[in-house]
Design a binder for this molecule. Structure first.
Ligand code: NI
Length: 173
């Protein structure tokens, strides 16, 4: 496992549409291991392959169940993730940060729940309804696969801060 460099805003690769993965290969398995290692070292609760300049549709989400205990939540690895159903008008506003936008956080509107489908790391079809912060994290990561960053979705340009201006720990995805 190798810790990979996380690319940051301004790098045009973050703005590209990532390619679909036909099937999991040993190469993809190694990429997943590198992403897990990188996410843990960087202290993120999610990571998209695009963030380490691998332009394939692959995301990790690992929101801790107990915020004090990193790694306490389930680790989701999803290939070709897509949102097939949303809560529609039922939206929530919350603060997000991103490993690719270091030092900043901003307020973003997201669907309260979504149904996500894709493939698991073995290539089996996978589908789950997620809500709350988990739903926020999935929407954020799936945006990365489409070249979208949370700063594109700020509820207002002035709801964007340097991390130290906000009290409390923010979760970075
Ligand atoms: Ni992000």
């Amino acid at each position: 496992m190798t810790v990979r460099e996380v690319i940051t805003v301004g790098d045009e690769r973050l703005r590209e549409q990532a390619r679909s993965i036909e099937k999991p290969t040993p190469e993809i398995a190694r990429l997943i291991e590198d992403m897990i290692e990188t996410m843990h070292v960087e202290g993120g609760v999610g990571l998209a392959a695009s963030q380490i300049a691998e332009l394939v549709r692959l995301i990790l989400v690992a929101v801790p169940e107990d915020e004090e205990l990193p790694g306490s939540g389930e680790l989701y690895v999803v290939l070709n993730p897509e949102i097939t159903k949303t809560s529609g008008d039922e939206i929530t506003v919350g603060v997000e940060g991103c490993l690719s936008i270091p030092g900043y956080v901003g307020e973003v509107e997201r669907h309260a729940w979504v149904v996500v489908q894709g493939l698991d790391r073995r290539g089996k079809r996978w589908r789950k309804k997620v809500q709350g912060f988990l739903a926020r994290a999935f929407q954020h990561e799936i945006d990365h696969t489409n070249g979208i960053l949370y700063i594109d979705r700020l509820i207002s340009p002035d709801r964007f801060w340097k991390e130290e201006e906000l009290e409390g720990e923010e979760l970075l995805v």
